[in-house]
Design a protein around this ligand. Structure first.
Ligand code: ADP
Ligand code: ZN
Ligand code: ZN
Length: 763
């Protein structure tokens, strides 16, 4: 490593010139030109380097994207690269990042910056070990007896013995001191070499042993289809109902791929990457060959896992969204995206990429198959499959004798009428769900309850309709949510879920001085009701609330699952965290407290999300020998999203929803991009949104532009938000228009303007 900082003005003889894309949001896809000093003659494309920037020569980091022999610039003015960082991205990842920068309309430096995890850049856990090596020179002359003895023992060591530090070596040779080793170093027979590695304290993963299952007929057909196509790019959609053995199919195909010597990437939604999931891969492929990347890791562990992939030590990576950037040094032979419909695959800050789509692109670049799996595929993937662009395989039944649970849809309006008049308390559990809980507890089963809203209640308002006052956030276009807090003297706080502002619960309506009412739903309120009705459900012990408030870190989540898995916890009530991927055979009841929370969102995917959520959470029930039950409470029992999820009829739902999308010209029948302009000054935001909308329209491209219009969430933290939605029949049309607006400098991806290609959230 060479550090030229001591001589910044000294002329450096360039052996070549490197185009370096800096890790910041400057939109120069070709990078800046730097001189490659002779000491870095072997610099490669993909290397992360440090270089000086600006008049003050600030040290900045960037990636070499091209190396050229000559430069058109005045050589005297080209600054040299300062340092290599020791991090190198393999060629396919550089190509992938370049594609992302174009497709997602995002500066290449921002994309590359996201490809390498922060702990890797910071070098968290880096250690330098000073190990003893043989130089190959024989000792000359007479050695003192202790040294001679040590040398004899070293010579007797096998050639492939691991390199050790002097102290450890002395110990392993049975020496009482390191003096003989030091003497041998002085004599030139041994030498000290520096080895860099990443050290992390590692919590052992549970390893689930291979059960040696026989594939079902459907599993076998799916497996063979994928296994036949390992030698080139192809995309597969594996649609299998919950518990149908998709993971088993992945494992079999992985087996094949690993045999060929290639690496493989398995993407799993962050929240379902549990020790259980990881354990199945570790059990089959051994801890040495599997790297695991999720948010429950410490920074050092994350760095270590990345390094294991980069050195080729781990050939399979199982991880959340960003694991698609696994830096395999050799060929990638397979990419799997489990639960491909999951919203968590979309990143909500720049680069706003979709993990599934990037996976498809990476598979194309690597020349390998990509397998998308889901019980409820996104309509995008379903359309690709039904039109023959993806190979479709289906698993229609649960394996191992388990059956899909019986789903009962109950009408909340009816449930309310069933309560006696005299009962004035708030009930979020209707009589039917309540009795199902009672029976399940009595039979020793476990329960999962879903409610997609945190806090206690989301409306604080005047009880008088004519007054109509509700507590809204001063800075956001949203109502505030009441959270119980046993530690606070007032018993709780009112919080805005968007800007996190907090106020005290007002005692009376500011307009008419009536006592305020607290309305609406929240996980805390269900928790309170459960512990009131069922004495065996004790908050924090047998009853756990699982939401963003109680699960601050990935590790909290892992601990909770552990307790649930051991049967200590009888019931979990939570937001969509608990809807996904969990496979606990003793879960015999799943309850959806209110299926309408997602259905009523102002987003064209609201029905699709509701269908997915209800299907997924229902899929947690009845995975063992005992049959499972599901109770779904809703005000809209007739809505297709809920009724068809209850009968597990994906195909019927997809067909209905597709027809509506086609008529409305919405994805997957069109491609969409969304620009959001935000500013504290409404007029300013509107002005620049108009300019963008105008530019998109007058390009003459076949694009439909909606807006400018206020976002459904029209203000967050004092910033007005104005959206422009663009749709086109073809992605390339959209791309062309976006690129030309970008080239004129109108579409800067910055704090004020966000460009979202293929948006999944339209709030
Ligand atoms: P999915 O990924 O579709 O939800 P899994 O692969 O997790 O399904 O399988 C569900 C359960 O069934 C797991 O416990 C798994 O070990 C088991 N299983 C998978 N395939 C078979 C099979 N062919 N025979 C018996 N059990 C199986
Ligand atoms: Zn707010
Ligand atoms: Zn009032």
């Amino acid at each position: 490593m060479v550090d030229d900082t001591l001589f910044p003005r000294a002329p450096v003889e360039a052996v070549a010139y490197a185009h370096v894309v800096l890790e910041r949001s400057m939109d120069y896809p070709d990078g800046l030109t730097y001189a490659v000093p002779a000491s870095m003659r072997d610099l490669r494309v993909g290397e992360r380097v440090e270089a000086p920037l600006g008049r003050a020569d600030h040290a900045v980091q960037g990636y070499v994207v091209e190396i050229v022999a000559r430069s058109d610039f005045d050589p005297a003015r080209i600054k040299p690269i300062r340092k290599r960082t020791g991090i190198t991205l393999p060629g396919p990842l550089v190509e992938l990042a370049q594609w992302m920068a174009r497709y997602y309309c995002c500066p290449l430096g921002t994309v590359l910056g996201a490809v390498v995890p922060a702990p890797v850049k910071r070098g968290v856990g880096n250690v330098v070990r000073r190990v003893v090596e043989r130089t190959g020179e024989p000792p000359e002359g007479e050695l003192p007896p202790a040294t001679r003895d040590a040398w004899a023992r070293i010579e007797a060591m096998p050639a492939d013995a691991p390199a050790l530090e002097a102290k450890a070596l002395a110990k392993s040779l049975g020496l009482t001191s390191v003096a003989p080793i030091n003497r041998l170093v002085k004599l030139g027979v041994l030498r000290i070499a520096e080895v860099r590695s990443v050290r992390a304290v590692w919590a052992e993963h549970a390893v689930e042993p291979d059960k040696g299952l026989t594939l079902s007929e459907e599993q076998r057909i799916a497996f063979e289809r994928i296994a036949r196509s390992l030698d080139g790019f192809s995309a597969h959609l594996l649609r299998g109902v919950t518990g149908s053995g998709k993971t088993e199919v992945y494992l079999r195909v992985l087996d094949k791929v690993i045999e060929t010597g290639a690496g493989a990437i398995v993407l799993v939604p962050e929240i379902s990457l549990t020790p259980q999931t990881a354990g199945r891969f570790l059990g089959r492929f051994g801890q040495a060959g599997v790297a695991v990347l999720h948010s429950g890791l410490t920074a050092a562990q994350r760095h270590q896992q990345w390094a294991r992939i980069a050195t080729g030590e781990a050939r399979i990576v199982v991880g959340a969204r960003s694991a698609i950037f696994a830096p395999f040094p050799a060929r990638v032979g397979l990419i799997i995206v489990d639960e491909e419909h999951d919203e968590g695959y979309k990143q909500d800050q720049a680069p706003r990429y979709h993990g599934r789509d990037v996976a498809i692109k990476r598979a194309q670049i690597e020349g390998c198959p990509v397998v998308l799996g889901s019980a409820t595929p996104s309509l995008e993937s379903w359309r690709n499959a039904t039109q023959g662009r993806f190979v479709l395989s289906e698993l229609s039944e649960r394996v191992g004798g388990a059956r899909l649970p019986r789903v009962q849809v109950v009408d909340l309006a009816e449930e309310r009428r069933a309560r006696p008049w005299s009962d004035q308390r708030v009930h979020l559990l209707g009589p039917r769900l309540e009795s199902a809980i009672g029976r399940t507890l009595a039979a020793g089963g476990q329960i999962i309850l879903l409610l997609n809203r945190r806090g206690f209640a989301n409306y604080i308002c005047c009880p008088d309709h004519r007054c109509g006052w509700t507590l809204r956030c001063d800075e956001c276009d949203a109502t505030m949510v009441y959270h119980l807090d046993k530690l606070s003297p007032a018993g709780g706080v009112v919080r805005c879920h968007h800007c996190l502002a907090e106020v005290k619960l007002p005692a009376e309506c500011p307009l008419c001085a009536r006592r305020v009412s607290v309305f609406g739903l929240g996980t805390q309120r269900v928790e309170q009701e459960l512990s009131r009705v069922f004495p065996e459900l004790i908050e924090g012990e047998t009853l756990l609330r699982v939401d963003g408030d109680t699960m601050r870190t990935g590790r909290d989540w892992l601990r909770t699952l552990d307790r649930f898995g051991r049967g200590e916890v009888l019931c979990m009530i939570g937001t969509q965290m608990i809807a996904k991927g969990l496979d606990y055979p003793n879960v015999r009841l799943v309850g959806v407290i209110n299926a309408d929370t997602a259905l009523n969102l102002p987003d064209f995917r609201a029905a699709e999300r509701t269908f997915q959520l209800v299907s997924q959470v229902a899929g947690r029930s009845g995975r063992g020998a005992e049959p499972g039950r599901v109770v779904v409470q809703t005000m809209a029992p007739e809505s297709p999203a809920i009724a068809l999820a209850a009968t597990h009829d994906y195909r019927a739902f997809a067909q209905q929803e597709m027809e509506m999308r086609e008529q409305a010209g919405l994805p997957p029948f069109a491609r969409m991009a969304r620009v959001v302009v935000r500013d504290q000054d409404y007029a300013k935001a509107l002005r620049s949104a108009r300019e963008i909308a105008h530019a998109m329209q007058t390009e003459g491209a076949p694009i439909r532009v909606r807006g400018p219009m206020p976002c459904p969430l029209s203000r967050i933290a004092g910033f007005h938000r104005i959206a422009i939605e663009m749709t086109a029949d073809k992605a390339s049309d959209l791309q062309r228009a976006l690129t030309s607006a970008r080239n004129t400098g109108l579409l800067k991806s910055d704090a004020r303007t966000s460009v979202d290609v293929d948006p999944t959230a339209l709030l």
